[in-house]
Design a protein around this ligand. Sequence first.
Ligand code: MN
Length: 738
Amino acid sequence: MDTQRLAPIQGLIHLLAGSGKKYDLEKIERAFLYAEEMHEGQMRQSGEPYITHPIAVAEIVAGLGLDTDSICAAFLHDTVEDNPDKTDVGKIKELFGEDVALLVDGVTKIKSINISDKEETHIENIRKMLLAMSKDIRVIFIKLCDRMHNMRTLYVKKDEKRRATALETMHVYAPLAHRLGMQRVKQELENYALQYLDPIGYKEIKDHIEEKYGRNVNFIEKLKAFVTEKLEQTKIDFILEGRVKTVYSVYRKMYNQNKSFDEIYDFYALRIIVDTELDCYTVLGLIHEMYKSVPGRFKDYISTPKPNMYQSLHTTVIGKDGIPFEVQIRTREMHHVAEYGIAAHWKYKSGDKSTADIDQKLSWISKLIDTENEAADSEEFMHAFKIDIVHDETFVFTPKGDVVALPQGATLIDFAYSIHTGVGNKMVGAKINGRIAPIDSMPQNGDIVEVITSKASKGPSRDWLSIVKTSEARNKIRQWFKKEKRAENITVGKAEIDKLFARHRLVCSEDEKLEIVATVGKRFGMNEADDLFNALGYGGITLAKIELKIRDEYERSHKSAEKEITVIEPTIQSTKRHKSTGGVIVDGEEGCAVKFAKCCNPLPGERIIGYITRGYGISIHKADCPNISNAYANEENVNRFVKAEWDTPSGGSYKSSYDSSIQILVNNRISLLAEISGALAEMKVDIVSISTKNIEDSTIMNMVISCRDIGHFNAIITRLRNIKDVIRVTRVIGASSK
Ligand code: MN
């Protein structure tokens, strides 16, 4: 390779080679050469060749400890935008791989967002959008480095351009750097921005600082050495950090807190991080032994944490040359929390996102930045960096250029309701980037979304409830239905309930159903069944919420109808046997008419019992018939039960057939009824009566059939159950008549 052409990056290559980290130097050189070729002949406003800018950005990127691909992308970051006729992202991918191409593409896209004229309230969203749009956090890092070099060379630009860029830096990029834990980048960006936003204020403070402290350039270093020496004499484990306040932070303190320059005591500061709370106070004692403390400057945020959970001991002491400095003492854990504090700014607007999630993501980044300083294995580090930060949010623009944050997967309907309830309710269509789009489409990051409303709109559609993603939109749609459409809601809710009954095969009369619904509704503070139907209709209550309660209530009301089944022991004992019609032998009574109870339709072979009716002879029930146990519960009836049993078939006096009620539940299918009646005919079973009821896609058939005995009956049931699409066959016992 042409060593002469590589001369401008010799220093960088040398630095990388000696860094101890793994870099693909050949690839980096290729990226530089390609960038140089692309920018050939281009000049910066300063008159320098354009390539000086990408070189500087690459150097800053490398200085942050970023990897080979980031450095390559830094060299290439302006090639696509500046030379659309010479190269494109596809070409970059071909030459340098997918990662570099994605990074270049990401940095290029960010440029197209015009940020400087946005209102304060949208800036937070823009910051988030930048993170969301760059699928790879390295894009933001490169962008920050790009911005850093632009700020360093901003003096060559025209006045208005300077101001706009400085404002954008102050409002968007410096906070972004701060949130990513890039303190040094943040401070430099703020300082440069201030120079252009308030050049007079900046110079004043800078002069002041130089005048007052210029003689003590090594103050912090000396201080650190001295305190370290002292602390090492104790058994306490500690980390010591020192810092000097920047012009910007002095400026902010003076103007935001209205302090004079001499009131700024924390221009120099030491931070001591120890293991335990006790150590904190021990170290505090040592510091106060070493230096004279400034009265009224001690703050114990350990016993009284700040509202944002910040904990630390702060004290200001006077150093050897009469220079005050602040000392912050805290445990590792407290330091950790102080770092997490960053994440506190990242509250989601929509309440249904957990902030803990985001906190966790961001703390993770700040941890990474920490390890970066310790020269962690760069490949692993970068792999870990490829994470989604705010990828569960989508950022779109209104036609006016306001940024709206939506949860990922949100639709245009959600967007409309997030603008205003009225906009959502009157929505009839929408446009994405000027083109008509279905209202259930999901906009992408950076889309411009416009809602089309009409006064003639009849309001939201019920379908929207299942389309929208945000609870805000859902609640607003429900509110509309609740107010506007009670009758319709009741119909919709009723249908829902019918479906629920059918789905769970709950069989009962319409009245019973209303009673069950009303009972369940009362548990939600509703007066009548219609209220619950209404709530279901507008979505104020979900089916899932009442499903189990409805089923419980159904079970409960049915259990009470069945009561406990007890087999009654007749009290009348007699040796006399009475033969009667129908093949039943009854004890005791003689010459008495015998009939079979319609409620339970006993079949030969089943245990039976006789009940002496008032004036109608003896009626024969199944021994476990619920009506019998009900009657037995009444003391007056105790003497009316008689023992009964079936005559032997050899007696020949069985009736030829007995009626029996059954209920069949089937899935609707053409010719199923024909199959059922065919099966019955084959078994020589007569259908005495039949009625059917459709519920959605299933049918309930109530049938009275005639059969010989319990054995025959069981065979019929088994046969029916084996027919395809027959879900359930049950014998009906305990109907009304006796
Ligand atoms: Mn650039």
